[in-house]
Ligand binder design. Structure first.
Ligand SMILES: O=c1ccn([C@@H]2O[C@H](COP(=O)(O)OP(=O)(O)O[C@H]3O[C@H](CO)[C@@H](O)[C@H](O)[C@H]3O)[C@@H](O)[C@H]2O)c(=O)[nH]1
Length: 385
């Protein structure tokens, strides 16, 4: 068994300031992670285990690879950390299943990642998104309340801000003027959480608004492997660099930005994971009701800039073709992460170079993603060993 204060020391170029201080050892012990087999969820589980928490992860494999033995991503997490993850294949729409898990384990806090997240799909299937994301959240909150668990970290998004009225975006920026259904589900849930914490002071909730998560664990063992068609820039760029797709389409080169392409705040997924550990520490230490924090680096990077850095650090070529702006895309968005720094003691550590290097390591070590095995349709997996 590993020393709980151990941190990965291999690849010291990529890991910065990731040493666990004794004060990280929170008072909570058992954390339920919904969507734990997914991209951000699995990276967060690594950090939770290494900080000393016990993790119960659930996932319905809607957008994560699964098999009859559980989650290949979480088996890799166990390999990285030398610790066990209890895993259930479970669906938040099945309240009974969730109830059973809470009956079985004394969950002290929930980190809720599980959600459908494809913007285009959400416009074509709004009911699917409202049912899955909103009803799933409602079921989870009800089960939590019935088991006296009132601690929650919610996975929100900078999409709740819509087209920015100012930059960098601070948490007081208005929310709600959103142009897609997926984003509205995040916004509606934040509103729901506001009402809930106002009505019942037992709730202690942090909503983390992520900017654009990219990168992978520096070991190259876990990374992003969506089971659905993906449209995000970094995974698409990596597919082009691997020769699996002929060219990267740059959507819009006439934006009012320095090089004409869209600007975003890309953030390493391990920095996001650290943000969740910081949020857990905060809600384990004090009663805050509901708080909202941006998780971004504070730096805007254009599409062209990201491609240039990616080509430089990986040595791979990414042929480009230019097309019109993508419908619904905003021009530029980056965070003011000051509040998270001041109140959570969290700042991003990884550079854009490291985001590209780590993503590329995952892609080249796993060109087809996780190993895929057949899975029986309704097989309930209990345990991940
Ligand atoms: O093939 C591609 C893909 C993307 N882009 C551009 O790259 C930038 C980033 O795009 P993408 O990676 O798709 O992220 P966003 O559109 O910023 O959306 C992300 O960030 C949103 C928050 O703003 C979240 O709501 C979404 O879930 C998440 O995918 C944008 O300027 C796109 O126009 C391209 O030029 N070509």
């Amino acid at each position: 068994m590993q020393d709980p204060l151990h941190r990965y020391e291999f690849n010291s170029n990529s890991i910065l300031n990731h040493v666990v201080e004794p004060s990280d050892m929170a008072q909570f012990k058992t954390i339920l992670v919904t969507g734990g087999a997914g991209y951000i969820g699995s990276h967060c589980v690594v950090d939770l285990l290494e900080t000393g928490y016990e993790v119960i992860a659930i996932d319905n494999f809607a957008n994560a690879v699964g098999d009859d033995d559980g989650s290949p991503a979480l088996r890799r997490v166990e390999q990285i950390t030398g610790k066990k993850v209890v895993f259930y294949r479970a669906d938040l729409l099945n309240k009974e299943q969730i109830n059973d898990i809470f009956d079985k384990h004394r969950v002290e806090c929930v980190i809720h990642f599980a959600a459908l997240k494809a913007v285009g799909e959400s416009m074509m299937q709004p009911l699917l998104y409202y049912q899955n994301n909103l009803l799933g959240m409602l079921n989870l909150l009800e089960v939590m309340r019935s088991h006296n668990c009132f601690q929650l970290v919610f996975s929100s998004s900078c999409t709740v801000y819509g087209e920015p009225e100012w930059l960098p975006i601070t948490e007081v920026h208005p929310t709600g003027k959103i142009t897609n259904v997926y984003g509205r589900t995040k916004y509606f849930i934040e509103e729901m959480l506001k009402d809930l914490s106002a009505a019942d002071e037992r709730w202690n909730v942090i909503s983390l608004r992520y900017f654009n998560p990219v990168g992978a664990h520096p070991s190259g063992l876990i990374g992003e492997d969506p089971t659905k068609e993906f449209t995000n820039l970094m995974p698409f760029m990596a597919q082009v660099a691997l020769g699996k797709k002929p060219a990267l389409t740059v959507f819009g080169s006439d934006y009012p930005t320095p090089d004409g392409t869209g600007v975003r705040d890309y953030i390493h997924v391990m920095d996001l994971a650290a943000g969740h550990v910081a949020a857990l520490r905060m809600i384990s230490e004090k009663h805050i009701g509901l708080k909202v924090y941006n998780l971004g680096t504070g730096r805007g990077v254009s599409v062209k800039e990201l491609v240039t850095v990616f080509e430089r650090v990986t040595g791979a070529k990414v042929p480009l073709k230019y097309e019109a702006r993508r419908h619904g895309d905003i021009t530029a968005m980056w965070a003011d992460p000051t509040l998270a720094k001041e109140e959570l003691g969290w700042t991003s550590q990884y550079t854009v170079e490291e985001m590209c290097t780590d993503f590329w390591r995952w892609q080249t070590m796993n060109p087809d993603g996780y190993p895929k095995k057949a899975m029986k349709p309704n097989h309930i997996v209990n345990g991940n060993s």
